[in-house]
Design a binder for this molecule. Sequence first.
Ligand code: TXA
Ligand code: MG
Length: 310
Amino acid sequence: MKINLSNIKKAKKLLNLGECVAIPTETVYGLAGNAYSNKACTKIFNLKKRPKNNPLIVHYYNKVDLKKDCDFNNNFSKLYKKFCPGPITFILNLRKNSKISMIATNKKRTLAVRFPKHSVTRNLLKRLKFPLAAPSANITTRVSAVCAADIKEDFGKKIKYILEGGKSSIGLESTIVDLRNKPRILRLGGLDIQKIQKVLNTKIKIHNNPKKILAPGQSQLHYSPGIPIRLNVKKIKNKEAFLLIRKKRIKNPNYYYLSKKGNLNEAAKNLYSTLRKIKKNKYKSIAVSRIPNKGLGKTINDRLIRASKF
Ligand code: TXA
Ligand code: MG
């Protein structure tokens, strides 16, 4: 992606003033503010209508910057070396003298941290004197944003500036791994957990007990386009939109494809924008065909199951 320096400087100026700006990442767009500022973090919560007990994820340029705020361990170093910058978020312990806003953490002593790969946002982070708190740039419980138009759709003019970075290349949020004790996955995401297991050389449990939620944002209803969704459907009902993993020969205006040939990475990239498109085209419900439960297909299924709780 070509870097437009004047855009980055504009974003920097607003962030230095404690304002919120939307930033592109390879997973989804984030709604960013100074993670050291109570004022900026409060604005993020208000804009997203996010419950105060759901802490914010914080983005750093590199681990040298992170060292000021968090302690890290051997497992972190291994995963950082292999996957960062990239679509993985770590839960770590905060240091005593960390400057992260208590609004961002909801006074917890842990922090979710990520090193985004998108070149525009890396350029921005490098120029800032603080890390960026940046949850996904969507209204709470709804579908994440993968391009500037999605953000305008959700927020209108309420967000002061959107730093343009094209369509997010992965299209699903980062994989969250809690590294405080024995590693465990708190959210499936854009990085296949098999790759994480390989680096740590151990099987990692996925924590998905809805009665004991560790990542507060992973409550049951989430990623919803705002209309009902039925899963594993073979035959659609009248007037339903049909979401398919792979293009079919039959031409039907009700049919929406995530990928030409059933490629799961391409499907991930198109998932949220296709859900938004179906909603915009005024369908009252969505039927989804079976999606293979492997690789990023696991994350796609996770998101669709949550979206279907509408
Ligand atoms: O790919 C991503 O992770 C995107 C981009 C913008 O970086 N961000 C994102 O943020 O998806 P958000 O806020 O929508 O999801 C972050 C998740 C939430 O479920 C939140 O509850 C969880 O991380 N989280 C944040 N801080 C946490 C903490 N200290 N312990 C456990 N979970 C935490
Ligand atoms: Mg989110």
